[in-house]
Write a protein that binds this ligand. Structure first.
Ligand code: F0G
Length: 366
């Protein structure tokens, strides 16, 4: 019988801070495909899987954390939530707040968020303010706002967000039957690398559930974590905040990540690394995903794949391993990049008359 996925809170209730009386706010997030990437696998000689987070209800991994954050906001009797965002968090917060029947305010950097994300926040009726500053400035204001006014902060500094997002790691292990050898992903504000590592850690040890007693370990090991920042916005790689972060991957245009220390802990405890990839490498990986794997992502989402290609070129990707790469958001969020050729020129679709001979000619079938 067909089984409808019930959203990450209900699927993983025994490992989340909820109980039977919790009013769950969900749009059915999670349960996203783990897709075997044939071209990346052939290239590296490893089994490379993509965790396609663009398949979430609002088109990014943020929904996993937002179902928890808005559920927590409702449990606290909150009437309004606020977030700073490079776009995806705002789209997600707006959608979940709408379902909960509460207000949502979002602070986004003026001119630096993709049109798809802006449209989502507006469509869901968020109070959207375009701030004359970058993401780090927006987060600073959002935090102060939540400390001084009756609004609930739903950025990933809220632990509920990390709790929800750790379910990404659970799904990978549940699908593969054990943890992969490596897990690669983009790093922006560093919430997601923090959350995946938490999920992998919790699944590799007995877990004291609040509602279900002691749960046995699910995996026998943990992956090595490889995180990738955009070169113009790579504070963790540089070892200091970047005051004017810059990259075409606007989702990760962040100069002072809130979960910096936790990201370094994930890197060090797993024996992994956090490195930078250039905008060119990001766009090359973006094209690789759409043209060779059949997976359309937004540029920031390709940073993990850019990292894999970079390390493969340097001879540092082992063969015979299982490698999972989270691709974080859908290509339709920021589609303009697909309409540019590798040399930066515009793609110009071929125009034809409406007769079969012209169409056959244009297709080279003659
Ligand atoms: N990929 C996408 C598509 C994102 O939107 C983000 C973050 C990241 C990767 C990085 O994840 O911050 O957990 O390290 N977007 C946030 C936002 C900042 O406001 O939507 P992270």
């Amino acid at each position: 019988m067909a089984h409808q996925w019930r959203g990450v809170i209900r699927e993983y209730a025994s490992r989340l801070p909820v109980n039977e009386s919790t009013r769950v706010i969900t749009l059915g997030e999670g349960g996203t495909p783990l897709v075997l990437a044939p071209a990346l696998s052939a290239l590296t000689g490893s089994e490379v899987y993509l965790k396609v987070e663009g398949m979430n209800p609002t088109g990014s991994f943020k929904d996993r954390g937002m179902t928890m954050a808005i559920t927590a906001a409702v449990a606290a009797g909150t009437e309004a939530v606020v977030c700073a965002s490079t776009g995806n968090t705002s789209a997600s917060a707006a959608a979940y707040a709408t379902q909960a029947g509460i207000k949502c305010a979002v602070l986004v950097p003026d001119g630096k968020i993709a049109m798809g994300k802006l449209s989502q926040a507006i469509a869901h009726g968020a109070e959207l303010l375009q701030v004359n500053g970058n993401f780090d400035n927006c987060l600073d204001v959002a935090r102060k706002l939540s400390e001084n006014y009756p609004v609930f902060l739903v950025n990933s500094v809220n632990p509920a967000r990390i709790e929800g997002q750790k379910t990404g790691a659970f799904e990978v292990v549940d699908f593969l039957g054990d943890a992969p050898d490596y897990h690669l992903l983009p790093v922006g504000n560093a919430g997601n690398i923090t959350a995946y590592w938490k999920g992998y850690r919790e699944y590799s040890e007995p877990y004291e559930s609040e509602t279900a007693g002691t749960l046995p370990a699910v995996s026998t090991k943990r992956p090595v974590m490889w995180g990738f920042q955009a070169a113009g916005s790579a504070p963790i790689v540089a070892g200091h905040p970047i005051t004017e972060p810059d990259t075409i991957a606007t989702a990760i245009r962040i100069g002072n990540p809130a979960s910096w220390a936790q990201a370094e802990a994930a890197r060090d405890e797993s024996g992994g690394l956090i490195d930078a990839v250039t905008d060119e490498e990001i766009l090359e990986a973006h094209r690789w995903l759409s043209s060779r794997e059949g997976v359309f992502v937004e540029p920031a989402s390709a940073a993990g794949v850019a990292g894999l290609l970079k390390y493969h070129a340097a001879g540092q990707v082992p063969s015979g391993k299982k490698i999972v790469i989270t691709v974080t958001g859908h290509g339709l969020k920021d589609p303009q990049w697909a309409l540019r050729n590798a040399d930066g020129s515009d793609v110009t679709p071929t125009k034809v008359d409406f007769d079969v001979v012209s169409v056959a000619d244009a297709l080279g079938l003659a």
